[in-house]
Write a protein that binds this ligand. Sequence first.
Ligand code: ADP
Ligand code: MG
Length: 281
Amino acid sequence: MKNTIIEFENVTYEYEKLDNIIQEKALNNLNIEVNQGEFLVILGRNGSGKSTLAKHINALLLPSSGNVTVDGIDTKDLNRIWDIRSKTGMVFQNPDNQIIATIVEEDVAFGPENLGVPSEQIRINVDEALKMVDMYEYRKHEPHLLSGGQKQRVAIAGTLAMKPNCIVFDESTAMLDPAGRKEVIKIIKKLNSENNITAILITHYMEEAIEADRIIVLEEGNVIKEGTPRQIFEDVNTMKEIGLDVPEVTELAHELNKNGINISKNILTVDELVDELCRLK
Ligand code: ADP
Ligand code: MG
């Protein structure tokens, strides 16, 4: 059965005006529902409103008008703010800004300590969380000596220790090298498929988006496209027009088509492209 974990109802957000400069709305009357267990990817150019949207999910920002609810709780309900923040973790772009403690396991314990979880339970949560991101053996290490991918996995463990239903990854792979990016994406997919944690991934890497259940494309604070990865990337021209890419193989298939090679344009992976090319006589 469908179970909505996050709901945006007519959400508009305007940042405070500086020196009377007229500002565009960062979010413009958005209506979005996210289901428990969904893997949702949000795409959009710089400045399209992705981070503003993300910050509404755990009440770092509150709507100028409209409502955001998390598991039925209105984010404006200040008495429930820690409920909301434990249900929806956030992992940001720069791993160095997220790690506070000097020992990995102390860092991961920080969230549940803030929530007032009893210390025996914190111990259990921290160990479980570190195992889920494959960082348990590093629990006594100093975070600043870890690689970028490892630091992000510690940051993910920090949210997992609060037992969230949902984690928002705001360009969490953007500062990583390709190996680190792969590690982090693998963990995100595992948490989503094995632990039923709702994953909301904001990314500029189209290859990371192809396994999403659904993609939302933002432009100037509006949802301008929504659909499965196939539906979104099929339309190479529109994506290019709004300044976004499509996966490399999708683009290659599109170019081959333009040059008279009759294969499906609806291709997302190398395997699919190989299959299509092998069908040609
Ligand atoms: P994205 O994450 O997609 O790059 P943002 O949500 O950060 O986009 O920004 C959306 C819009 O809001 C942009 O026009 C940006 O300039 C503006 N904005 C973002 N943060 C602030 C802020 N703290 N003060 C004023 N305007 C902001
Ligand atoms: Mg952003």
